[in-house]
Write a protein that binds this ligand. Structure first.
Ligand SMILES: Cc1ncc(COP(=O)(O)O)c(C=O)c1O
Length: 383
């Protein structure tokens, strides 16, 4: 079987060295090797989100578990939660919040656009919220929230916890947890970290840890951060729940790759790659859903030109060797979603664009052969 190029917005292609780390011998969760590795993982998470005093956690699970863990440790039943939603994953906070009986209010944008920062400021002035959630990059729309600007507003409301979903951003787009006053930031493994899915990674500020304590007893067991805290602070000789030993080894290697590349370099590379894809795809007649000012560097929702049927196109693309994801809800059938994050290189971009061109030819589309490659080369090779 020919291997497919995985260009979905997670899981992203996994570097061989990370797979090698994953397949290391499974040791005890108390083994000195694992204890040391876990301690480094937690330290590296802090470095990547630029916090000095934040408390990192890594817990078996996925991004959704991190979302729920965040909320249940931040609010009590009946408390007001403000959700800023730029798509499907923003809306998921609403579902989780309602499931736990929080009083959820939503500011939602049209798909492809953002909720204006002034609108968020107005809402926070009108009413006191226990927490506000922002999805840094909504993977359904490819919209990147202006996190720094939003942080300037949220800073004026210290009683409101600032919660950021970094699932489709952390490790690929700048996030300055301390400078921007973020209280809880979380992500998974499988997107810009480039590791296999399986761990939920969360970083809590001191204020967020205090908030958890102020809630007293909470009606949840596995997701209570206070049960995890001792083993994150002192991994040797403590136990709450068995670590995902092999996954911790894999994440460790993934984080080392990020830090070896250097954060600034990595963010810059993601910017270049996104631009190359955007210009390349536009040269072929596709449109990027997100407004140019708010386009994510990690994922794009790509609208089809007239005359292309989504399922047939993605199926043919798959047969030709490239996997992209379907679009969700409001744009289902009208677009596909393309991941461009993690440990990919120029090679993957060029192959993807070329295979898209091949598939367009098979669909008898009218376009100039090679135009996406040329557009991408202008960005990748000249700038
Ligand atoms: C922004 C965002 N938040 C949360 C999630 C949920 O993560 P998971 O699928 O790992 O549960 C996703 C998944 O794609 C996501 O993109």
């Amino acid at each position: 079987m020919k291997q497919k190029l995985l260009m979905i917005p997670g899981p992203t292609p996994v570097d061989r060295s990370i797979l090698n780390a994953l397949s290391k011998e499974t040791v005890s969760h108390q083994d000195p090797q694992l204890v040391g590795t876990l301690a480094e993982v937690l330290k590296d998470l802090n470095t990547i989100v630029m916090t000095k005093k934040g408390q990192s956690f890594t817990v078996p699970g996925t991004g959704t578990l991190a979302m729920e863990m965040t909320l249940v440790n931040s609010l009590k039943e009946g408390e007001p939660l403000l959700v800023v939603s730029h798509g499907y994953f923003g809306d998921r906070f609403v579902e989780i919040g309602q499931t736990h009986g929080f009083q959820v209010e939503v500011l939602a944008s049209e798909w492809g656009k953002i909720v204006e920062v002034e609108e968020i400021a107005k809402k926070l002035k009108e009413k006191r919220f226990s927490a506000i959630t922002i999805t840094h990059v909504d993977t359904s729309t490819g919209v990147c929230a202006p996190l720094k600007e939003i942080s300037e507003v949220v800073k004026n409301f210290p009683e409101t916890l600032f919660i950021v979903d970094g699932v489709c951003a952390t490790g690929g787009i700048e996030e300055r947890m301390d400078d921007w006053g973020i209280d809880i930031l979380f992500c998974g493994n499988q997107k810009a970290f480039g590791a296999p899915p399986g761990l939920a990674n969360l970083i809590f500020s001191e204020k967020a840890l205090q908030r958890r304590n102020s809630l007293g007893k909470i009606a949840i067991y596995y997701l209570d951060i206070n049960r995890w805290l001792p083993i994150m602070r002192e991994p040797a000789n403590t136990y709450f729940s068995t670590h995902a030993v092999n996954m911790v080894n894999a994440l460790h290697q993934a984080l080392k790759i990020i830090l070896q590349e250097g954060l600034e370099e990595r963010f810059k590379r993601h910017r270049r790659f996104a631009l190359a894809f955007h210009q390349g795809l536009e040269a072929l007649g596709f449109q990027i859903l997100a407004s140019p000012e708010y386009r994510a560097n990690t994922v794009s929702a790509v609208l089809y030109p007239a005359g292309i049927e989504d399922t047939a196109f993605r199926k043919r693309l798959f047969e030709n060797g490239v996997v992209v994801a379907s679009a969700k809800q409001k744009i289902a059938g009208k677009a596909f979603r393309l991941g461009h994050m993690g440990n990919i290189s120029e090679t993957e971009i060029m192959i993807t664009l070329s295979i898209i061109e091949k598939t367009l030819l098979e669909f008898k589309q009218d376009f100039t052969l090679g135009s996406s490659i040329k557009a991408a080369e202008e960005i990748l090779y000249k700038e």
